[in-house]
Structure formats: C-alpha cells, structure tokens
Design a protein around this ligand. Structure first.
Ligand code: SF4
Ligand code: SF4
Length: 380
C-alpha cells in the first residue's frame, strides 16, 4: 500500500480509502471485508450518517483493536439540521453508532447551495471549532457535488482541512473537476476523491469500442485499473475512495493500489484515457451516480433505476433487454417515468444538478418504445 500526506494535517493516509457506502448485504461479510482491508494496509475509512446501517457496521468492524489502526471519516446530515444545536446532536448520535469517542475527519455532507446556506445560517463553523476543542473531531472537512465556482466560494470561506470531490475519467471538467483538486492542494487542503467509477456506471456495459481500445493498447490493464490509475497519478489527490461490495473486489483494489504512486502515467497513457472518454461521451449517457438523494419520489418513480436502465441501454444497443425490463417491470408496477408529474422536488436534492423530469421524459420515450419489430427479427 502506498501512503501520502493528508493536506496540512500531518496525517499519513493510504491512497486507497475504503468507502463504506456499498457494504455486502451480510453483516459478517461486511465486517470481514473492512478488517481485511485494514490488515492489508488501508488506514482510511469513509462513511456517513445517511449510508443506511453503515455507521453501525463500521463501528462493529472497528472493535477488537481495529479502531486505533484507522482514520475514520464520517459526515453530518446537513438536511436534518434545523438549529445550531442539531449539529452536535447528530454528531453524538454518530459517535454512538460508531462506538467511538472521536471522529478523525468530520465532513459537512454535500454542500450544494441549500445546504451551504444552512451551514452559514446555523453557524456550522463555530460548531466545528468547538468540536475540535472538545476532542470529538480531529479535522474539519466538507463534501460537495457542485460547480467549481461554488466550490471555491466554500473552500475560501473557512479553514477547511479536506474536501471530498467527485472525480473520474468522465468528470475531469465536470462539477468541481480536476481544477478543484488542484485548488484544494494550493490551499493546503487534502483532496479525497469519491465516485472514481461514477457509481459503477463506467464498468456497467462497457462499450465494445472501449474493449477494443483496451485490447489494442500495449499495456494490459482492466478498465477499473486505468480509472483508478488516472486518479492516483495526480499528486494533488490524497485518497481515492472505493466502495467495494465484496472481498473479491476489495482484493482487486488492493492489488491496483499496490503501485498507487503519483506520476505513474505516461503522455501516451493519458491520450489513451482521452480516447476512452471520447467513446463514453459519444454514447450520450445521463450523469446519474445512483446516490438516491432524490428518492423517494412522491409519485413512486424509481428515478435512479430508470436512469441506470437508460444508460445501460445506450451502451448495449441494439440489445433491447433494458427496454424489456422497463416495459415489463417498471411500467406495470407504477414506478416508471410515465408517473412523473414534474413537481420538481427531486431536483432540489440532485448533486449532479440533473433536470430529472426532462431526462425521465427522454428515458421513457426510448425505453418504452416498441420492441416487437426487433424481437421479430431475432426470432426469424
Ligand atoms: S419531478 Fe417527477 S420524478 Fe421528480 S419528484 Fe416530482 S414526480 Fe417524482
Ligand atoms: S438523479 Fe441525481 S439525486 Fe437521483 S440518484 Fe441520480 S444523481 Fe442521485
């Protein structure tokens, strides 16, 4: 495992951080996975109040001496804050769930504009300073899905020690992007990367053209490996989070991060990544990461799953399996995009700032289209 400095904090962290958002379903497997990661050099764990069941399981995994071997990061649910005192109330709840008396890195979660206004209105800064004084938290941080401009406004407003940013080969110039990572480094802040595989969409139904590129390139690596490599190649990146959901995936990640040194990619490698990016961009996919912040929809629309199907269909064309799933499951069950009444509620929570009702309409148009002619051709 490779280690690096965590901004100006003095912490030395593993470049691979275990994201605790997508644990295996079985608690025993999840605990085994977390401990395996720590036993193999991972010393950074990232969870959040809102990741269902995650803080409790993480807390259990960190018993038996594992807590002292890790830096633990978790996040405040800003949307639950209605007054200043709520910040500490939520933190205390998290400490109890995690079975610890301190959090090493405490993040204000997802500072999109509404949440940011709340942080200012309810004086989140004084809260963070006081918690450091009391020893309940070690370092002050925030996570964000927003524009670069908004990111800079927040980064400049307080003495943050880390920001957690979405970045992957498709998002170099999207949201905060690579420029935001460099901005963080200039300010002495650690940069932790989330969504390195864009919520898994980069690996689902990989286009045939990308497979060809991978086969033709002289250096043989998996797509996941190239995606992680592209990130840890950047010296400004402190930790790359990967939310593994099985021991097998974790072992593969550990292998990949075994050589997680900045500057490992050549100019040719970077050109190669640009070619892969070009293929994805030509497929017109919807930039949903599957975070589910938009759920539940009051009309029952299963927003992230519909976008996942739409994206999968764009990559798998002319295979119509995704259309069939949509037409035979979603629509009859009343969870299809046709149920959307364009109330706009979901858009207030979408960190990717997607125009959800419009994209649902587009998805429905494509996914609900008649598949009979295609099936007829197949059976002839
Ligand atoms: S805009 Fe449509 S999908 Fe979004 S919450 Fe309203 S009904 Fe649901
Ligand atoms: S539509 Fe937006 S909020 Fe909903 S799952 Fe996708 S990225 Fe998340």
């Amino acid at each position: 495992m490779e280690y690096t400095q965590y901004g100006k904090t003095g912490l030395k962290v593993s470049r691979f951080g275990l994201g605790c958002m997508r644990f295996p379903k079985d608690e025993k497997d999840a605990i085994e996975m977390v401990r395996y990661a720590i036993d193999h050099g991972v010393n950074y764990l990232d969870t959040a109040y809102v990741y269902e069941g995650s803080e409790v399981i993480t807390g259990k995994a960190l018993k038996d001496g594992y807590r002292s071997k890790t830096y633990l990061a978790t996040k405040s649910p800003i949307w639950k804050i209605t007054k200043h005192e709520d910040f500490e109330k939520c933190l205390d709840e998290e400490l109890e769930r995690l079975g610890t008396d301190h959090i090493d890195v405490y993040l204000l979660h997802n500072l999109y504009p509404d949440n940011w206004e709340k942080v200012k209105r309810f004086d989140g800064f004084t809260f963070l300073d006081k918690m450091v004084e009391k020893g309940k938290i070690g370092h002050k941080a925030f996570s964000i899905h927003s524009t670069l401009e908004h990111y800079k406004e927040i980064a400049d407003a307080y003495d943050w020690e880390m920001s957690q940013i979405q970045l992957n080969i498709l998002d170099e110039h999207h949201q905060v992007g690579a420029e935001g990572v460099r901005y963080a480094a200039q300010k002495g802040m650690a940069a932790v990367i989330m969504e390195p595989l864009r919520g898994g969409t980069l690996l689902n139904n990989v286009p045939a053209e990308v497979h060809e590129l991978l086969e033709q390139y002289p250096e043989k690596r998996s797509l996941a490996e190239w995606c992680f490599r592209w990130l840890y190649n950047m010296p400004e990146v402190s930790v790359v989070l990967s939310g593994t959901s099985s021991l097998e995936q974790l072992k593969d990640n550990l292998r990949i991060f075994d050589e997680a040194k900045a500057g490992v990619m050549s100019e040719e490698d970077l050109q190669f990544i640009a070619q892969i990016r070009g293929v994805y961009e030509s497929k017109r996919s919807i930039g949903c990461t599957g975070c589910r912040y938009c759920m539940p929809c009051p009309s029952g629309v299963n927003i992230p799953e519909i976008f996942r199907l739409y994206n999968s269909y764009q990559l798998a064309k002319p295979n119509v399996i995704d259309r069939l799933v949509y037409q035979r499951s979603f629509v009859p069950e009343g969870t299809g995009a046709d149920q959307c009444v364009s109330c706009g509620l979901c858009m207030q929570h979408c960190p990717q700032e997607l125009k959800i009702p419009d994209l649902l309409k587009l998805s429905h148009e494509e996914l609900a289209e008649d598949t009979a002619s295609f099936l007829n051709r197949l059976t002839k």
